[in-house]
Design a protein. Sequence first.
Length: 276
Amino acid sequence: MPSKQKPLPVNPGTSLGEAATRFLSTVSTESAPKIQQELLKFTRWYGLDRPIIDLTGQVVSSYSEQFHSGTSQTIEHLNAVKTFLSYCFKQGLTASNLAPHIRVKKPTTSQRTSINTVKIEEPIILTKDGYEELKRKLAVLKEERPKISEELRRAAADKDFRENAPLEAAREKQGHVEGQIRDLENTLKRARVIESPEEKGLKITMGDTVVISFVESGERIQYTLVSSQEANIQQGKISLNSPMGQALFNREAGDALEVTAPSGVLKYQIIEILRK
């Protein structure tokens, strides 16, 4: 019976770029391009040539905190980095498992209160597509109301309320759906839809798709600035409140951008603003 292959000897001076290359050699051909794309962002941010042994949990947490939405898309976006860090620990490239430090930080109660206060005072800017999508979601939720009412009626027919799990489940579902309906109605009521280029002017704002170039490599990246409700990193849609969104907001084509990262200052140039 053939013996299991032993891991390669660890080089204390192994760089983050070298570790990423070793990891990618273990990934299937089908998923390698996507994982490589996500790892490139992380390695560029930290520094390809920096020793991976110096990577700390605090630095990893700092990277993951750039993604605020907490959506499934955000989690999937960070999964590649998380899997990579688990691999590095198993291979002895890091002193501890840094993967658990990849997480999206939930706002505190005071932060949530502050955010809600801002939402009450200010209008919510949405793209036309985003506004229509929220209307569609609201219509779907309202269609659930008669179904939930029927579930409550049937569950309430059982007079033993002490152990009536279906009734509790129906009430919980009703509360969840009604809460979503209130949130969507409030958002749509305060929404300001940005549509025409004339209204936007020359500067980058909500709804714009922007092509930027990484100065060092010439690599081009395309982002669309949207609200936090519409953000989807896999589709290139980033929140206006994200670090890159804030860097792009109110800038013009041709402007240079500088984003500070552990690897140093990352320099970009705005190539083009795409509008319908």
